[in-house]
Design a protein around this ligand. Sequence first.
Ligand code: PLP
Length: 414
Amino acid sequence: MTADQRATWASQYADTIMGTFAVPPLLLTHGSGCRVTDAAGVEYLDFLAGISVNALGHGHPALVAAIAAQAERLIHVSNLFASPPQLELAARLLAAAETGPAGRVFFANSGTEANEAAFKLARLQGRRGLAEGEPVTRTRILALDLSFHGRTMGAMALTGKPAMRAPFEPMPSGVEHLPATVAALEAAMDERVAALIVEPIQGEAGVLPLPDGYLERARALCDEHGALLIIDEIQTGIGRTGKMFGYQHAGITPDAITLAKGLGGGVPIGAIVTFGAASELFTAGTHGTTFGGNPLATAAGNAVLAEIERAGLVARAAELEQTLRAAIAGIASPLVAGVRGQGLLLGVELSAPVSGAVVAAALDAGLILNAPNESTIRLAPPLILTDADVADFAERFARALAAAGEASPTGAAA
Ligand SMILES: *Cc1c(COP(=O)(O)O)cnc(C)c1O
């Protein structure tokens, strides 16, 4: 692509798309497997997967065929009617989460909507057992500093980034943010807490895992005080961490999990799955959606889950973590200070705040990466990653680190 062509679409973008996003560096036109191609015909290795979304990569034949076939049959019917793909996906999710017969699913269209439902679930928990008109005292909702739960008012109120909330205050009331430590949770928990919401690994914050033992202690404290334990699995779920859901590494049972991102493989879908007594909180008329659970989106979800199972991609994600860690160690760059995370959600900690330069240099080397903060590179490739893709990644990432290290004296000196 010539500079003129780039200038044309970039200015068209700036002149038409709302200014909520920076003007993107690439105009992408197609993709296959772990590669995407831009309008100039340049191919990139995609180590972001639409931010943990394209679990099956790009153009996966099973997903494409399922979407095409469902589009021919039925795309949308509203929640006044049921459809077979919706029932199938609900059954698949309840089985994957091992909810037993008490589990229930509400389908939404995005992560923020799934968390909005979780917020409402917490409010209903606060009213559980009260007679009509009786004052509600269980009004506190605990969330974590640095957390990310979405951009609508409720999901944003849960989000532990004050700067993100500030322009839109006042927030819905009751949410308190805590440091991600067991001590902070123990100090905060009481009979006025309706729910605690946490991410197993805070992806947007910089791939920060919860401390060891946190979820186990959170489960016990929530039980003791009658609060719901809600786990935001929007980024960590659907096999990404080497288990179907991130909380499964801790061996606990939550009261609810929220899903989106990888679930549709790129087709917009969200869900909240409830366990046990939490499944009784939403009753007729208390929540709703026009598109949620429509046949097209749920057919995509079924294709993603079926392919993950068929190809053993959950175990493969765990195996690929080791391959990737070894590949990064092999680069032996002074800019790499460590690797956090689990499965195919890894954060490469840099020894200098040059993540932006690394991402830019990676793009020049044909590699799509992401920088959730100034000293972290997030890796979230498709679960279908091959060993050859990892070798290709290592070569391109090494070049990017070298280029960014040369450009930054702090990085080179580290
Ligand atoms: C992406 C994300 C969300 C928001 O999902 P959207 O589909 O963008 O609304 C919420 N929570 C977590 C942990 C996420 O990663």
